[in-house]
Design a protein around this ligand. Structure first.
Ligand SMILES: NC(=O)c1ccc[n+]([C@@H]2O[C@H](COP(=O)([O-])OP(=O)(O)OC[C@H]3O[C@@H](n4cnc5c(N)ncnc54)[C@H](O)[C@@H]3O)[C@@H](O)[C@H]2O)c1
Length: 370
């Protein structure tokens, strides 16, 4: 294999710029080509980020020079594009969620295993200094034994700012499938596997009006719960509540530290899991107030560090951190919240989970462990 892992991007919409800008910091990654069902979008991103080739999705997936398909399309296209990539012998890394349900995602995971190809999936924010520092504090026993948590993501929805917000209200959207991946991935990395969960989910605001510029005034019918409140019991004994909502305004919770982990000897304020380097605060017995804990991991990463980590995994045959297996465990939980609400019963996870290795703390920016 060449020194660089060659990546082809499918989906050149709103989030693609974050990946294309940050990917330049990782010498192991080469963004070789990009595609979109909207050819103009692909051409525009190629010009903006100096990508050598813009082509059709079919041409990109068939290109023998591409090792990894980076799938930045909308949720319902994640699995179909991943299946096409795997069938063409390519590894794939997708934006979250891994898929819109486990029924479509399981055959994809099985195909990847059969073909000995890797699946990666966002979020990679848990690889940032914020969540890594919080994880280390918990594992070092800084708050004693974790006994409880709260996690809040309460907002009005995305129709006021996203140019094409329809997908946020389709099956595979809603606050749990859109924002849940950040919160659940962070909680899994902090607390380990989940034992059971319960939930109440509703469609609180069934019709939305787009107020962003491009589609101003267009109505959206909401197909999936826009307000989900759940409880989670972790195998380590910690229990807590998670609330995700696209049906609330003026929410006063602490956006900088929306997750709190309560331990027998202290409490940890965990930074926004949708960001990389947010501040970590702790108060332990004897402290008169919360104090900020300096980050103990590399700062400055952004979306595409998970892709770079996958490139190292491909090159050196080691496990990857933002893995399909982790995203599959998250998808199982997200779907479990909807199923628990429908059935009125607790949900027991069906996908095993093991924490990935912590991030290396001592390597230069842009390089990861081999
Ligand atoms: N916008 C954000 O702030 C943000 C942040 C984090 C993650 N995400 C995730 O990133 C993904 C994309 O979100 P976005 O905001 O960039 O959406 P977007 O609508 O702006 O862009 C999606 C792009 O994918 C293309 N596309 C759709 N279906 C396709 C298909 N079948 N084949 C090829 N191209 C296709 C569209 O033409 C569009 O250009 C979603 O899964 C979303 O959850 C978005």
């Amino acid at each position: 294999m060449a020194d660089k892992v060659r990546v082809g991007v499918v989906g050149c919409g709103k989030i693609s710029g974050a990946y294309l800008g940050m990917a330049k910091n990782f010498p192991i990654v080469e963004i070789a080509a990009c595609a979109d069902i909207n050819c103009e979008a692909a051409k525009q991103k190629a010009a903006e980020f100096g990508i050598a080739r813009a082509c059709s999705v079919e041409e990109l997936i068939a290109d023998p020079n591409i090792d990894v398909i980076l799938n930045l399309t909308v949720p319902k296209a994640h699995v179909p594009i991943a299946m096409a990539a795997l069938n063409a012998g390519k590894h794939t890394y997708a934006e979250k969620p891994l898929g819109i349900n486990r029924e479509e995602a399981v055959p994809m995971m099985e195909l990847a295993a059969k073909k000995n190809l890797l699946i990666g999936c966002a979020p990679d924010t848990f690889m940032g200094a914020g969540i890594q520092t919080a994880r280390k504090l918990i594992e070092d026993g800084a708050i004693g034994r974790p006994v409880a948590f709260t996690a809040f993501m309460l907002c009005p929805g995305h129709e006021s700012w996203h140019p094409s917000p329809e997908f946020y209200y389709e099956v595979g959207g809603g606050p749990m499938f859109d924002m849940g991946p950040y919160y659940l991935t962070a909680l899994l990395n902090l607390l380990g596997p989940v034992k059971r969960l319960t939930s109440s989910a509703t469609i609180a605001i069934p019709e939305r009006t787009i107020t962003s510029k491009e589609k101003y005034g267009k109505k959206i019918q909401v197909e999936t719960p826009d307000h989900i409140v759940g409880t989670m019991d972790f195998e380590n004994g910690c229990t807590g509540v998670i609330a995700t909502s696209f049906a609330t305004c003026f929410s006063p919770f602490d956006w900088k530290n929306p997750i709190t982990i309560f331990g027998t000897e202290g409490t940890l304020k965990v930074p926004d899991p949708n960001q990389f380097d947010g501040p970590v605060y702790i108060q332990t017995i004897g402290d008169s107030e919360y104090r900020e804990v300096p980050h103990t991991f590399v700062k400055g990463y952004g979306r595409s560090v998970g892709l770079a980590d996958m490139a190292y995994a491909i090159k050196y045959g080691r496990p990857m951190r933002a893995s399909g297996q982790q995203a599959m465990a998250v998808l199982d939980l997200m779907q479990g919240f909807l199923e628990s609400s429908d059935s009125g019963k607790a949900f027991t996870p069906t996908v095993p989970y093991e924490k990935p290795k912590p991030m290396p703390a001592d390597l230069p920016f842009g390089t990861l462990d081999q």
